[in-house]
Design a protein around this ligand. Structure first.
Ligand SMILES: NC(=O)c1ccc[n+]([C@@H]2O[C@H](COP(=O)([O-])OP(=O)(O)OC[C@H]3O[C@@H](n4cnc5c(N)ncnc54)[C@H](O)[C@@H]3O)[C@@H](O)[C@H]2O)c1
Length: 351
């Protein structure tokens, strides 16, 4: 008998799948609802595919009738919404899908959750919205705390900020026991190879050019995906409804330094006569590329006692090894829907 039931949306993606694997092995019954967009893969959930504690449902968070049925049939103790269009470059090329899922989809989920609560959800039911540091926009120095103004600069960030506002409004207006988490950049196994770290690892391993946007000096804070999921578990158990919690790995690093470190690690694991650092190629910057994100995480540390456990240096070596050892996983993605091409070069309006 499972200790609790969780509806995880977007659980066939990078972070959601890590959460699902952890929750199932910790004794929860998990229903994964995923639309299997280009970014979602059943193979990412292979570890729980045959478990009696996991049910996969192919469908969209925009389908309120389906979500209502899942809530009525399974009576979960929590909904954790990872489902999203998540790649900034794709939001530049085609923002519509981001509004559909990240705004309208969250609205449909919130409506379903509201009806579920009104008809008697289990005590301590929670709705967790997984958000991002990108909603704060670029900051020159210091760190964004939960009260910092939102200043999203990409359609992706704007859609996530919109969802954060909706979640807040449903908590204030209807008393929905909802919490927003805002994490920094995640890295780790099973990340779709369009994102910086897996793209660079796979290109470096294949001795292909390493495209670095602009001058490569944009700074990001990185968190290992399993540290992020521990934070989500902590917030689910002890977080306060109506609150927002930043979840960051600490520090911040320039993209070019991350790429150079990845080159060193790949060189150590697969030596070649010339260092992969020579493959770095500076390419046109992303429009409205944020210069720096960094989170103040004192709230989750002080109030909930969470802090990251995996140092970046340790986590990044493990991650490079994982990609080198799991070619079957990323090869089928490259063969089916992503070959490393450049995305997100909008033409700027003039005048
Ligand atoms: N990756 C990061 O660095 C990061 C950092 C902070 C926050 N986040 C947030 O965490 C969440 C998960 O990010 P990720 O990197 O795992 O994303 P991802 O792109 O790897 O996975 C997203 C998943 O959502 C699914 N999905 C998309 N639209 C859907 C819909 N309409 N209905 C149901 N499923 C749908 C996809 O099929 C995919 O499985 C997102 O909400 C993202 O905004 C990500």
């Amino acid at each position: 008998m499972a200790d609790r039931t969780i509806l995880v949306t977007g659980g066939a993606g990078f972070i959601g799948s890590e959460f699902v694997r952890r929750a199932v092995s910790a004794g929860s019954y998990v229903i994964t609802l995923d639309a299997l967009t280009y970014a979602g893969n059943r193979s990412t959930l292979a570890a729980v595919e045959s478990s009696d504690s996991h049910l996969f449902v192919h469908g969209s968070i925009t389908d309120r009738a389906l979500v209502n049925k899942l809530l009525a049939d399974h009576r979960p103790n929590a909904i954790i919404n990872f489902a999203a269009e998540s790649h900034v470059d794709r939001s530049i090329d085609g923002p519509g899908a981001f509004i559909d899922t990240n705004v309208n989809g969250v609205f449909e989920l919130l409506e379903a959750a509201r009806a579920y609560c009104e008809s008697g959800a289990p005590a301590n039911f929670r709705f967790l919205q997984i958000s991002t540091d990108e909603v704060y926009g670029s900051i020159a120095d210091g760190r964004s705390d939960e009260a910092s103004p939102l200043a999203p600069n990409s359609p992706y960030a704007a859609s996530k900020a919109s969802a954060d506002h909706l979640v807040r409004a449903y908590n204030r207006t209807y008393g929905l026991p909802a919490i927003v988490t805002r994490a920094s950049n995640n890295y780790g196994p099973y990340q779709f190879p369009e994102k910086l770290i897996p793209l660079m690892i796979l290109n470096a391993a294949a001795l292909k050019p390493l495209p670095v946007y602009g001058d490569g000096k944009q700074r990001r804070e990185w968190i290992h995906v399993s540290d992020h999921c521990v934070a989500i578990e902590t917030i689910l158990a002890h977080g306060k409804p109506g609150e927002i919690y930043n979840v960051g790995g600490g520090g911040d690093a320039a993209n070019i330094d991350i790429v150079r470190r990845l080159c060193e690690i790949v060189d150590e694991l697969c030596p070649t006569p010339t260092s992969r650092a020579s493959l770095v190629t500076y390419v046109a910057d992303r429009p409205a590329h944020d210069q720096r994100y960094a989170l103040d995480t004192s709230k989750i540390q002080d109030e909930l006692g969470w802090q990251p456990a995996i140092a970046f240096e340790e986590g990044i070596i493990r991650t490079v090894r994982w990609y080198l050892e799991n070619e079957a996983w990323w090869r089928q993605i490259q063969d089916s829907n992503y070959r490393g091409e450049r995305l997100g070069l909008a033409v700027q309006a003039t005048g």
